[in-house]
Design a protein around this ligand. Structure first.
Ligand code: AHG
Ligand code: MN
Ligand code: MN
Length: 337
């Protein structure tokens, strides 16, 4: 492949941004670089998954009682080891580990950042060759060295230093924000470099995609049931009926809705009042990106980014996407409460 226009690599982009902050010492640049490196390694394994005997289930269940796939375990290890070795991160909360992993080795005890992550999101889709992802949240450490590191991870989304995801799809992309808009980088697999392909990502003005697992319909709250019916009504002036798209990988569903315009819904149900998705490493980082792209994220009533987390793995109902669509959903929730 020959590049006809100037390419901006992820590394170059982050260094350029860092130069705008004279006080920055490059720690964040190195941390993001470590995440990109881990993503490339995970990407390689995912691409080879159909070729080698890596698919299938390890006889092990994670703390949520879900069966872990080999690639979940692998991705978790790669991200943990890369961040640990990088030295900028002093602790990690991962979907796959019950407790915080804090590093007290020569590299990382001084790290100024903590990371919350879902190392492999949508993992039930791996065997069907459907898009999956990695989600990450980065917070600045607020505790003193030697004190409880869990408090560093239990910060609301408004305190995020950065958040992003990697989508392993028809191409592999890393999308992230540090609070100054959202930028997307596509991996050129032939040279192993993430190149800026989607600068300043924004939701379109209007959208007509709704994404929800409708199989759970009978367990949904009244407001969600009514909103689904609203999406399906015929009304030319608002471009309804909308179209339904659901992959079952949050990263892939969100990414498509960001590009094409839509809303993703994972409500609480009568069986699981707080829904399925985890606040720290699924809802908050995606909410942060949504807001940075001009969208909105809510638990139906309140802004996701303002929820104070109490536990590492707490769940929250989650509605995210185009601002006007999420606002309409919220009005249905309020009216039917
Ligand atoms: P994970 O693979 O990390 O457990 O996450 C799966 C999540 C999320 O990606 C997706 O939106 C949701 O589960 C799908 O859930 P349902 O199968 O209940 O629709
Ligand atoms: Mn997930
Ligand atoms: Mn996962």
């Amino acid at each position: 492949m020959i590049y006809r226009n100037k390419i901006t690599t992820l590394t170059e982009f982050v260094i350029q941004r860092q130069a705008e902050y004279p006080q920055a010492k490059g720690a964040f640049t190195r941390l993001l670089n470590d995440i990109a490196t881990a993503a490339k390694i995970v990407n390689r394994e995912i691409n080879a998954a159909g070729l080698v005997d890596i698919l299938g289930t390890v006889e092990k269940r994670n703390i949520h009682g879900e069966t872990q796939k080999k690639l979940d375990v692998y991705a978790n290890e790669i991200f943990i080891n890369t961040l640990k070795g990088g030295g900028e991160c002093c602790a990690i909360a991962s979907e796959e580990n019950e407790k915080v992993i804090s590093f007290s080795n020569e590299f990382s005890e001084m790290g100024r950042y903590v990371v919350a992550m879902d190392p492999l999101d949508g993992s039930s889709n791996i065997e069907a060759n459907v898009s999956i992802g990695t989600i990450f949240s980065i917070y600045k450490r607020v505790s003193e060295a030697g004190s409880a590191i869990q408090t560093d991870l239990l910060q609301p989304g408004i305190r995020l230093a950065a958040a992003g995801y990697v989508i392993y799809g028809s191409s592999t992309m890393l999308v992230y924000s540090t609070g100054e808009g959202v930028n997307g980088f596509t991996l050129d697999p032939s040279v192993g470099i993430f190149c800026l392909s989607h600068p300043n990502m924004r939701f379109p003005e209007t959208g007509r995609i709704y994404s929800i697992n409708e199989g759970n319909y009978s367990y949904f709250p009244e407001g969600v049931k009514k909103y689904i019916k609203y999406c399906q009504e015929n009304d030319a002036s608002t471009n309804r009926p909308y179209t339904s798209r659901y992959i079952g990988s949050l990263v892939a569903d969100f990414h498509r809705n960001l590009i094409n315009g839509g809303i993703f819904l994972y409500p609480g149900t009568t069986k699981q009042p707080n829904g399925k998705l985890r606040l720290l490493y699924e809802c908050s980082p995606i909410a942060y990106l949504a807001e940075q792209a001009g969208g909105k994220a809510s638990n139906g009533f309140d802004r996701i980014l303002e929820i104070e987390p109490n536990t590492l793995h707490q769940r929250s109902p989650f509605f995210v996407g185009l601002r006007s669509m999420v606002e309409t959903l919220e009005s249905f929730m309020r009216q039917n409460h």
